[in-house]
Design a protein around this ligand. Structure first.
Ligand SMILES: Nc1ncnc2c1ncn2[C@@H]1O[C@H](COP(=O)(O)OP(=O)(O)OP(=O)(O)O)[C@@H](O)[C@H]1O
Length: 253
């Protein structure tokens, strides 16, 4: 889906991303992991076009990112930021309605879609609450619903990409599990998900592919099965741990 070829980003003397060659497989969940300050959010910013790259190319669905119109991009990829909170006051319903801006459709259609998605994500009882009165976790789920609505044309999410930067950071254990289930549902509908998450245990179970970033460099990437080794994890996080299979594991499916 996204492809990076020899992408470099440097600010002053600091190399934020160095020689990134990466391909994110469509209809898969790719987790991006790395220590604090490794460059994960910078990678997302580069994919979103929010930070200028110094060299290399980034393409989305086979087309250079600069050749996409903003309108078309907004229907193909949605981003959930790490700790965004809107400062304006409006009901959740109105906030979600903004996600339907790129589409020409009747008010009835938007309304039905918003109620359906809110129901699926379990925030239907919050639809008429003011967004400034939501807890951090509640707002995170609203953001997920907003992103889903932004990408919904029909039930098929093929060609659509959801980018999530630490989406479960404000969620309790139950809501985190629910969120991971929704991400799997998105994949089952044909969508592609890129997720930055510090919970390596969670992503090991969730992700098809893993990207490990270490001090602005791509340490390794591949299928989660190949990449999720104690050696790789220890190198990435400067730890000395072991990998254990626990008899008791919470399941997302
Ligand atoms: N515009 C900039 N100019 C200079 N340095 C920057 C800039 N943006 C980010 N950095 C630095 O680049 C490094 C990578 O930052 P980034 O936010 O991508 O890390 P991260 O892996 O997402 O970290 P975390 O897990 O803590 O969120 C950090 O050391 C940060 O201070």
């Amino acid at each position: 889906m996204y492809e990076l070829l020899q992408v470099n980003i440097q600010r002053g003397d600091k190399h934020l991303l160095q020689h990134f060659d990466l391909y994110f497989r469509p209809q898969k969940i790719t987790a991006i992991i790395g220590a604090n300050g490794a460059g994960k959010s910078t990678l997302f910013k580069a994919l979103l076009g929010d930070i200028a790259i110094d060299s290399g190319t980034i393409s989305f669905a086979g087309k250079a990112i600069q050749q996409w119109s903003l309108d078309s991009l907004s229907r193909h990829r949605a981003y959930i930021a790490q700790s965004f909170r809107p400062v304006f006051a409006m009901p959740v319903y109105e906030y979600l309605l903004l996600a339907r801006e790129p589409y020409t459709e009747s008010e009835k259609h938007s309304e039905r879609l918003i109620f359906d998605v809110a129901n699926d994500i379990g925030i239907q009882h919050k639809l008429f609450t003011c967004i400034t009165q939501l807890s951090g976790g509640e707002f995170q789920l609203v953001e997920f619903a907003r992103a889903w609505l932004q990408l919904s044309e029909n039930k098929d999410m093929s060609g659509k990409c959801l980018m999530l930067d630490e989406p479960s950071s404000a969620l309790d254990i139950y809501q985190s599990q629910q969120l991971y289930r929704h991400i799997l549902r998105f994949k089952d509908a044909g969508g592609t998900a890129l997720i930055i998450d510090h919970d390596v245990n969670a992503v090991a179970k969730l992700a098809d592919d893993l990207v490990m970033i270490n001090a602005g460099a791509l340490q390794t990437f591949g299928t989660a099965e190949d990449v999720f080794t104690a050696e790789n994890i220890n190198h990435c996080f400067n730890t000395q741990g072991h990998i254990y299979q626990h008899a008791y594991q919470l399941s997302y499916s």
